[in-house]
Design a protein around this ligand. Structure first.
Ligand SMILES: [Zn+2]
Length: 487
């Protein structure tokens, strides 16, 4: 009897996992609001004869005894997260803290009703695991299930997992992947940098004030989208300001752009005070700069626009020293891809994003985010960033999470590759990602643990268009079950 036959055939697998997913999704489960869903998972585990334990953060752990005859197999940790990114369609009235996702099953896809994200990231992976454990005829070794909370807020639940939950395990399988047929064996570390300096503004000089606004950048995620060459509004406005300083000697009253450390800034503005004698130079200089800028980004940011409008004259402006320091820092910070990954083709190895500039509690603040494939690379890039900050007169603070340096010969991934080929006839791609994953945290708590991440197919995660093709579910179940049996 084949594994597919033992699992009841493709239609039965799909029906079973979808039913499990609906049950686990019946309560809202935003980050740090997973308690009701955790109760549902616990109830399900108790039905399976497994008693889960919770920690103070809300993470859950349960030991699943081996099938008869598989007692000698190595302990495998199977891990996923319970929370979801709650994208909401504007004007839909959907409240992710009180409204459960309304799941539709149409056109061979699972999707929401369009008001919210689906939460297949990562609940569909969890559902596949629970379905496989509910009375299927699979001969698995000892398993330890771990369900974490607040993954989407920066791996917060994983950070709080007691290292004891990882001990004794040889291997960990993370189900938080988006591509069926791809095994992830490495992830980038993240370093969140916040640079500050006092502003001490001075009375504005004579002249007219102008608000120069750059809008319509494509923006995006500083991990997934950093290699696309999109405009960075903080950097671009810095370039324009340097030019205006040189041609007009303008004073600066405001420079604001971007929203977060890890988002590519899509828009921003400058407020400048231009001396009367150079006022005629301001607009032609800015327009000529923008023509070049727009041409350079015609492919990546087709909706760019620049407006130059008279503004009420501000009472105070930045000191020239502060303006020049801000320009020096923004110019000195790395932005974009620093290096591609040497071992995984097409994967970014190291990158930086200058995410935001603006005022925070009366101080000038510049935010940046580094992603690096290992600690050494991060230290090298961080030293460059700090040198730029020191020279520009800024102080800084940092936080982050470590890298999970990947090896293409990861034995778990090679086993998954073999199982996937046997079960589907297709090859499994072994790769790394340029974003943070929970194994990055587990690696630091249990350095000997061999880990791999692989999930079902999920499209447009973190958006209201999030959807999961149903045809991928049987192959994902075969991959997990075959892997458990082969380990
Ligand atoms: Zn996820």
């Amino acid at each position: 009897m084949t594994l597919l036959e033992r699992l009841g055939g493709r239609a039965e697998i799909t029906r079973g996992i979808v039913a499990e997913f609906r049950r686990l999704s019946r309560h809202p489960h935003a980050s740090w609001h997973e308690a009701a869903t955790a109760r549902d998972v616990a109830e399900r585990l108790l039905e399976l004869g497994v008693r889960p334990v919770l920690d103070e953060a809300g993470n859950m752990m349960a030991e699943v005894p081996p099938s008869p005859g598989r007692e000698g197999a190595p302990l495998l940790l199977v891990q996923g997260h319970l929370d979801m990114v709650c994208a909401v369609s504007p004007g839909s009235g959907f409240d992710p803290l009180t409204d459960p996702v309304c799941i539709r099953d149409m056109d061979a896809l699972l999707r929401s009703d369009g008001r919210s994200s689906l939460g297949a990231d990562n609940m569909l992976g969890n559902a596949a695991v629970l379905w496989l454990l509910s009375g299927r005829k699979i001969a698995h070794g000892p398993l330890r299930l771990i369900f974490t909370v607040a993954e989407e807020l920066g791996l917060e639940g994983a950070k709080r997992v007691n290292p004891g939950w990882l001990s004794g395990g040889a291997y960990l399988l993370n189900t938080d992947g988006f591509h069926l047929g791809r095994a992830i064996v490495g992830a980038a570390g993240g370093r969140r940098e916040t640079y500050t300096r006092p502003l001490n503004p001075v009375p504005a000089p004579a002249g007219t004030a102008w608000r120069i606004s750059l809008t319509g950048g494509a923006g995006g995620h500083s991990g997934y989208d950093i290699h696309l060459g999109r405009i960075n509004a903080v950097k671009a406005l810095g370039e324009l300001l340097a030019l205006l300083r040189e041609r007009t000697g303008c004073a600066l009253a405001a420079w604001e752009a971007g929203t977060a450390h890890n988002a590519i800034p899509a828009q921003g503005s400058l407020l400048v005070v231009c001396p009367p004698e150079t006022e005629g130079v301001l607009r032609p200089t800015a327009e000529a700069w923008f023509a070049r800028c727009r041409a350079a980004h015609a492919q990546t940011d087709p909706n760019l626009d620049l407006t130059i409008a008279p503004a009420p004259r501000p009472g105070r402006v930045w000191t020239a020293e502060c303006r020049d320091g801000a320009l020096a820092l923004v110019n000195g910070l790395w932005n974009g891809v620093a290096a591609m990954h040497p071992e995984f083709s097409g994967v970014v190895g190291d990158s930086a994003n200058v995410g935001k500039i603006g005022l925070e509690e009366g101080q000038l603040q510049v935010c940046a985010f580094l992603r690096c494939r290992d600690a050494e690379r991060e230290a090298a890039l961080a030293a460059r960033q700090e040198a730029a900050a020191r020279a520009a007169g800024f102080a800084w603070s940092v936080s982050g999470y470590p890298a999970w340096p990947g090896a293409p010969d990861n034995p778990l991934a090679l086993l998954l590759e073999r199982v996937y080929r046997e079960q589907t006839g297709r090859t499994l791609e072994i790769s790394a990602v340029h974003v943070g994953l929970e194994p990055s945290i587990f690696q630091s708590k249990a350095p000997g643990l061999v880990m791999v991440s692989t999930g079902p197919e999920i499209l447009d995660a973190h958006s209201v268009d999030e959807r999961a093709p149903l045809h991928a579910l049987p192959d994902y179940a075969l991959l997990l079950a075959g892997f458990w049996e082969a380990l």
